[in-house]
Write a protein that binds this ligand. Structure first.
Ligand code: ASP
Length: 349
């Protein structure tokens, strides 16, 4: 192999083969084929993300197959869950901060145009992913926060609404009542142990038949967070990242742990070095563990929190890995939408 590009290509395909994820179109590309020979393609329409985004991955692939742009497909996919009052991890019905106020974070990237947009601590708007896309599309900025982000959304005709549902409000009231023995609230029975933070987010990474790539992440963040806290989801390079030449990756779980390694970016960089998506996610998780402060490690050196990464490469190969066993959602042209087991760095809970 004469140059580094060839070596990188070789390493990449070898890693894919080792992971049992051979891509016909990639591995069989070397001998020149007669024009009339059918050329096997990797599954080009692919979407991968968190398990709560099963409906999103299906919708995104259907939209891309109908010719919609990758970013629009991804945003329309997650929007379904943002608008669903039954999902308490994103958008409308998301669990609030410690004051009972829902503050939403989102970011997105569009590979072909190399643009990004994000919002943090956005209140009163059901679909932060759409606001992030507007910032990407119509401004020279990348991240708007709080009141400014809301005013920006209102200027585009979004309606300000109460994002608490009766169910999410009830959960917050219970948490508030049970928060501390020395406070003035009377404890109420609750199965949720005190101090345990609800988490939940949708990250979605997509690629179309032309190899165009986009990503989006949307969340209501950690439940009961300190007002104004922004997690990893609105941080481009942490919550999600796309490089149209390589692939896209994003995360769910404890955002602070992800921010410490810029995990979306790092996972894409691992793919650039030739790793298959699942291996790239695992490599990022090893960095996460190495960067975890001792107070967040148990006696065996394992993190006391969960963190997942999801990734897709330009060829349409996708994967997921987490600190502890997890499920993820994926959809491609061959297999349709399905829930799969991700790789885990540690067994058990
Ligand atoms: N990553 C999100 C955050 O830290 C939460 C989650 O994914 O559950 O805000």
């Amino acid at each position: 192999m004469s140059d580094s590009v060839n070596r990188r290509t070789f390493l990449g395909t070898a890693a894919l083969a080792a992971a049992g994820t051979t891509i016909p179109g990639l591995l069989a590309a070397s001998p020149p084929e007669a024009p009339w020979v059918a050329r096997p393609q990797a599954s080009k329409f692919a979407a991968v993300g968190s398990a709560n985004g099963i409906i999103s991955v299906r919708n995104a692939v259907e939209l891309m197959q109908r010719g919609r742009d990758t970013l629009d497909a991804a945003v329309e996919g997650v929007k379904i869950v943002e608008l669903d009052p039954a999902d308490d991890s994103v958008g409308y019905g998301g669990l609030p901060n410690e004051n009972g106020v829902v503050q939403l974070d989102a970011s997105c990237m569009h590979g072909p145009s190399k643009r990004a947009g994000a919002v943090a601590a956005l209140e009163g708007i059901k679909t932060p992913s759409e606001v992030a896309r507007l910032i990407l599309r119509y401004t020279n900025h990348i991240l708007l926060v709080g009141e400014g982000a809301k005013k920006f959304a209102l200027s585009y005709g979004f309606k300000e609404e109460d994002l608490l549902t009766p169910a999410s409000r009830e959960k917050w009231l219970r948490w508030r009542a049970n928060r501390g023995s020395g406070d003035s609230w009377v404890d109420v029975p609750d199965k949720q142990p005190i101090g345990m933070e609800h988490t939940g987010t949708i990250n979605l990474n997509v690629v179309n038949a032309k190899g165009e790539i986009s990503s989006v992440t949307t969340t209501s963040g950690l439940a009961w967070k300190i007002a104004g806290r922004a997690g990893d989801s609105p941080i481009v390079g942490a919550g999600q990242y796309t490089d149209n030449e390589i692939g896209a990756a994003g995360s769910t779980g404890l955002g602070e742990a992800n921010i410490m390694v810029c995990g979306g970016f790092l996972t894409v960089e691992h793919m650039r070095q030739g790793m298959a998506p699942t291996d790239a996610c695992l490599a990022t998780l090893r960095r996460v563990v190495a960067m975890t402060p001792p107070r967040l490690l148990d006696e065996r050196g394992r993190p006391r929190y969960q963190l997942q990464f999801y990734a897709v490469n330009k060829a349409g190969v996708y994967g997921c890995a987490a600190l502890f066993p997890t499920k993820y959602a994926a959809c491609d042209a061959t297999n349709g939408a399905r829930t799969l087991d991700g790789a885990a760095l540690f067994p058990g809970n």
